[in-house]
Design a protein around this ligand. Sequence first.
Ligand SMILES: Cc1cc2nc3c(=O)[nH]c(=O)nc-3n(C[C@H](O)[C@H](O)[C@H](O)COP(=O)(O)OP(=O)(O)OC[C@H]3O[C@@H](n4cnc5c(N)ncnc54)[C@H](O)[C@@H]3O)c2cc1C
Ligand code: FES
Ligand code: FES
Length: 456
Amino acid sequence: MKPPPFTYHRPGTVEEAARLLADLGDGAKVIAGGQSLVPLLNFRLASPEHLVDVNAVAGLDELAIGDGGVEVGATVRTGWIAHGVIRNRGTVCGSLTHADPAAELPAVLALLDGSVEAVAWRGGALARRSVGAADLFDGPLMTTLDPDELVVAATFPALAPGTGWAVEELARRQGDYALAGVVLTVSVDDDGAPIAGRAAYLSCAPTPVVVDLTPALADGAVYDLVAAALDPTGDIHASAEYRRHLAATLTVRGVARARERAHLRPAAPSPRQIAFENPPMAGGSTQFHGDEHEVVVTVNGVVRSAQVPARRLLSDMLRHDLRLTGTHVGCEHGVCGACTVLLDGEPVRSCLTFSVMVDDARITTVEGLAGPGGELDPVQRAFRECHGLQCGFCTPGFLLLATDLLARQPDPSDDEIAEALGGNLCRCTGYVNIVRSVRRAAELLAQPADDEEARP
Ligand SMILES: Cc1cc2nc3c(=O)[nH]c(=O)nc-3n(C[C@H](O)[C@H](O)[C@H](O)COP(=O)(O)OP(=O)(O)OC[C@H]3O[C@@H](n4cnc5c(N)ncnc54)[C@H](O)[C@@H]3O)c2cc1C
Ligand code: FES
Ligand code: FES
């Protein structure tokens, strides 16, 4: 469950990245958020000799909203898919180029007939091309992009006036990959009657499947049209028959929702540019060859450094090099959340993050929650008071998720707590006491600092 050795490169410009990919050939892989690539490396399902980290490439962390749609730069994070912790690192373009048939964003790109812009270093110059969604997806985890092509942006065209949208999916756990899902649009006339509809499906075929719903909208035959159009396969999670039924049922629901939204006819958003400003990375234009790198991080307020090979996971650097064993390791492919730490204030999976990618970053581990004299902080006290600790294996991850949630939302609803904690697993007991602990922590944090008597 450890990644194979590789050489790590961190270019600072698009040209530098493209030249690197051209020079390194098939042995190189781009890494952005690492939320899909690192699990593959940890499982040894992929073993590239070189990783080209695009996070320090200037100008890729912008999202531009214009009349034609939304253009999303290559290091803009995903925003609404998967669990919050995954979204904090995973990128939109990474999800599109990973081309997972169960992922939402490839289906959205296919639905809207969007495109990606790819660059490559060809004949001594930067060559650019636009690849439409219909030509991009080639199979499960496969695209038609060449190995030396770098996606610099993706464009999602704007919806026409009078068009509503819906995203409907069913996952067994909030934020997980869906058993089946649909993204769709419905356009209505001035009287609200549907005149056109289009749907794209995830988890139903090796690539997103686009279906024209228009012929079935008038006579309410949407279910039958979709059931006839899809030919899903079955697996241990769902039979083919169940997937077909689910996709058709979700489409019927989605059409109703999209028709309601079409009525609302929101004003077109004003053109604007949003810079996401990913945390700056040291040595933006530097390349790191060889095996050993010095990584300097501020952990729990203290500057620490370690000499690590490029493949050292952040979880392992914390535990083995810095001896901070409070960060636990369960699955090492991003599913359990035991390894969650705060990176520049946001929760991330430390098992999906290479140490060399967080040089100069600020990290908080569970050891950093207690006060200078070892006194427990309110979140820790609440977990102790409400028996949220149980066996304690998952506890560090939950404590850091709760700390992040309560910093953003001091009085969370039960739904907000479930959404925030949903990506982490407790394998020994259950979630009732953990959720109670978060509610209690919110109460403790709301008390005045000097109201110590009310605290446990
Ligand atoms: C527990 C868990 C749950 C998840 N649930 C969901 C879910 O419900 N829905 C969903 O859609 N996804 C889900 N994901 C996957 C994840 O959200 C996306 O696949 C991820 O965001 C991909 O983006 P990334 O930046 O992390 O890509 P990376 O992991 O860095 O890269 C993925 C692939 O894309 C290539 N690549 C990345 N950027 C570029 C670029 N600019 N140019 C060329 N190639 C590039 C890489 O070489 C690699 O092959 C989940 C992941 C985990 C770990
Ligand atoms: S060890 Fe990182 S998510 Fe399980
Ligand atoms: S408390 Fe034991 S795994 Fe969650």
